[in-house]
Ligand binder design. Structure first.
Ligand code: NI
Length: 227
């Protein structure tokens, strides 16, 4: 994740952050080797920039990183549906793509509302774009263990055991309720993003030892001005 043009929000990491890692198909945070678009989208240097591939008003939000309290508090239910929400959803998808993620929850852009967007195909299949408003996990089955990461904890990954098949009940952009069952990566996305809306991060699912190690490393990065 390179945010060199946005000094108030991010500093470019001297090490790590190498595009092209996590090339396996089941990778949680997809990174692509040619980040021109994301970099171009951030070239304004204001922290918010226009994305030339979408509508001229599209806003690419910077991703909030671990340490910001917004990531660890419960988000508020969405009760108002309308144009403003739709604009936010468009911006969330574009922000997610710019960060090369396959899921993004509103607290990750500093908005403490129960909203998440998911596209585990990363733009391959427009039909795979999912909006989850006020999502609730209603069914979990089976087990899968795989590497997981989070845009808010960049450059760290750990194996996390999750349910293999997950049904989520949520509202769409219009407020209409629906249920969707996902397997494997999609199931993982439902759980990971719904966790975010409860102020819970994936590192709460790993051992205390590994979690403390990650936190210590982040502390060092913060000290070095690299977080
Ligand atoms: Ni995340």
């Amino acid at each position: 994740m390179i945010f060199a043009g946005d000094p108030p929000f991010r500093k470019a990491r001297a090490k790590g952050g190498v595009p092209g890692i996590a090339a396996d198909a089941n990778a949680w945070v997809l990174r692509f080797p040619t980040p021109e678009r994301a970099m171009g989208a951030r070239s304004g240097g204001t922290g918010f920039a226009q994305d030339d591939k979408s509508s001229p008003t599209t806003m690419i939000y910077p991703i909030v990183k671990f340490g910001d309290p917004v990531l660890e508090k419960s988000a508020a239910e969405v009760t108002t549906f309308g144009e403003e929400l739709k604009k936010l959803l468009d911006d969330m998808f574009e922000s997610m793509y710019a960060a090369r993620g396959v899921g993004l929850a509103a607290p990750q852009i500093g908005i403490s509302k129960r909203i998440a967007v998911v596209d585990v195909t990363f733009k391959e299949d427009p039909g795979a774009k999912l909006v989850l408003i006020n999502p609730v996990i209603v069914k979990k089955e089976g087990r899968q263990r795989s590497s997981e990461g989070c845009l808010s904890i960049p450059d760290f990954r750990e194996d996390v055991t999750r349910a293999k098949t997950v049904t989520v009940r949520a509202q769409d952009a219009e407020g209409k309720f629906f249920e969707h069952t996902g397997e494997d990566l999609l199931a993982r996305a439902f759980l990971h993003e719904t966790d975010h809306l409860h102020g819970k991060l994936y590192i709460s699912h790993i051992s205390a030892l590994k979690r403390d190690l990650i936190k210590r490393k982040i502390k060092k990065l913060v000290k070095a001005g690299e977080w």
